[in-house]
Design a protein around this ligand. Sequence first.
Ligand SMILES: [Ca+2]
Length: 375
Amino acid sequence: MKFCLQVFAFAALGLLNGCSCGSDGNSLGSVGMDGGDREGGADGGDMDSAVGSGDVDVGEDADAQDADAQDADAGPVDPFDSADFDDEPTACSGEWVYGTLGGQAGWTAVTNDYAQPDSFLGTTQVLGDEPARGLSVVGTFAGGDGLEEAGQVFAGSRAVWFKRGYDSPGSGTPQSPNIEPAGLGSDADSTATGGDGAYRDTFRYSLRIRAHQNNDGSRLAIVTGKIDGNDNASNYLEVANDGAGGMRVRVLVQTPGGGWDGTYTDIADGLAYDTWHEIVAVMKHHPGAVVDLWQYRVDGVLSDITDGYYSVARDEFSFDYESSSRMKLRPRHANYDGSKLGFYLDNLAVSSWRADARVATKSEYCANFEGEPGG
Ligand SMILES: [Ca+2]
């Protein structure tokens, strides 16, 4: 607790690595995140105030022709390529039980999984419908084995139903297994964690999502996390099922010079709650920069390019930049609220690469939850 008090100002804002003070996750929602003016638009990702000027070691990639391009620290960031959005990993892995996603198949454990009224034992096969569960691998009963909780599925016979859970900027929310990181210092981060030591400038994640019921106020942030799993890394994207006209997908854009202040910008709205939607997020990192650029595609429609909220905020408060290595799912509506029935998720995919050595540096992971239950 002493430690937490010392860093309270930052912990409350959601960027403190590993702080475990409090039980409410010290949501960044308390500062700058709610009530933002959604009329403000994306500004195209002006990096002038935040881009560093130093060269970046491009890592140990053997492709010598890449070095010159990466040394051009005054040049433009590699442009977003529509092909990046279509490049979804398909070699999915994992064996799943009909229990919480947290703790399964390399996913991080979920804090409060055993403390909430709607909790159930992680990594333990569960029997049949238990509608109060907060986070479940669910199925269509197609297998006829009677084990699964019934839920909506995008592809195959299983998906994930995420209703409620710990709203934490740090650890305690489900995060996918790490892949090779992308962004500033990703070469060093990779080396430090036993990876290949290559620098990567592109990070991509995607999923299919729909809601359980119309306009119940459920909100889910789907962002990047860092290797040690204790903080947000770069961006802020949220699906909000909070409008009579349908769901919306929005991003938070930091106000330049505004500290933690930011503006929510809808990048899609009017999305039917009972239809599957595709969200694809792509990050581009310029060598030496401390701010990442992001572009999103929702149901085939590209957004404007925006700065990664957390990458800007880190710079504003002189926190270190953090590379991105995983997908982090973070409920944003009230915990313990049984009226929020959340979202179904399927075909979760994460990948990273360096644009000028795409094949050699590609790292990827995906989960479609079709692995044999009970494995
Ligand atoms: Ca599936």
